[in-house]
Design a protein around this ligand. Structure first.
Ligand code: NAP
Length: 217
């Protein structure tokens, strides 16, 4: 598959690394505010040696899957410029709306992923990759006997979720379907918990969740 990344920072680069290692084509969309940034991200990451750069419009037009990994605050400006091009495309929303004092940035009234879906009404939005720090996203931690960590995901389009689940398996995760896109608000709260545990309380950044006893997960 061809995966386009909007955002090539901590999160975008880590997921792009996993995608490239799994044999997918990776294209990093350039940020018009910093035109050389995407090429620089490729140059410093040997796993991305075969990756390319393109304008956001070009990148998403040729992609099977688009990964959103930009600051939540930039979505309102960025996504309307791409909405037509993203009709029918799977969009993985890895962003998190975070408010002051480590609160949900939309007051828990609506998932950030639902906000994304409202900005991209014809895209097939799936929330994933948001509940852990970026440190875990290129190479997931494993438990005893190869136990895989779960990556929860949410969305309303069954086919899109099946594709994302397949990617998660390829990247080393145990996919865990948590239901419709509205459930993404719970995943965004899981983020807040992870950040509190790791960034405030000092737990190791490789802290991830496992779904013990769930043989469907
Ligand atoms: N950090 C984490 O551990 C973590 C974990 C899970 C989810 N998240 C979420 O993932 C998202 C990205 O976080 P991050 O830590 O990767 O941030 P980051 O390191 O600051 O990277 C943000 C990326 O977005 C690009 N960007 C910003 N505005 C843009 C625009 N208008 N058009 C195109 N590209 C633009 C930046 O480009 P330049 O570098 O050129 O400015 C950069 O590549 C956030 O929503 C965050 O809440 C973060």
């Amino acid at each position: 598959m061809r995966l386009a990344f909007l955002g090539y920072g901590n999160v975008g680069s880590a997921i792009a690394t996993a995608a490239a290692r799994a044999g997918h084509d990776v294209v990093l969309a350039t940020n018009p505010d910093r035109p050389d940034g995407a090429a620089a991200a490729i140059a410093r990451n040997p796993d991305l040696a075969a990756a390319t750069t393109a304008s956001a419009v070009e990148a998403v037009t040729t992609a099977d899957v688009v990964v959103l990994a930009v600051p939540f605050g930039s979505l309102d400006t960025l996504l309307p410029t791409l909405a037509d091009r993203l009709a029918g495309t799977i969009v993985i929303d890895a962003t998190n709306p975070v408010g002051p004092g480590l609160t949900h940035g939309l007051g828990s009234q609506q998932a950030g992923a639902q906000h994304v879906a409202a900005l991209l009404p014809d895209a097939r939005v799936v929330k994933a990759f948001n509940v852990y720090g970026f440190e875990n996203l290129s190479t997931p931690p494993t438990g005893p006997d190869g136990l895989r960590a779960v990556m929860p995901f949410a969305g309303d389009d069954a086919d899109a979720k099946a594709t994302v689940a397949e990617l998660l398996v390829q990247f080393g995760w145990q996919p865990l379907d948590v239901g419709p896109l509205a459930a993404a608000v719970d995943l965004e709260h899981m983020t807040l918990l992870w950040v509190r545990l790791v960034r405030a309380l000092g737990h190791p950044s490789r802290l991830v969740w496992a779904a013990l006893g769930d043989d469907r997960a």
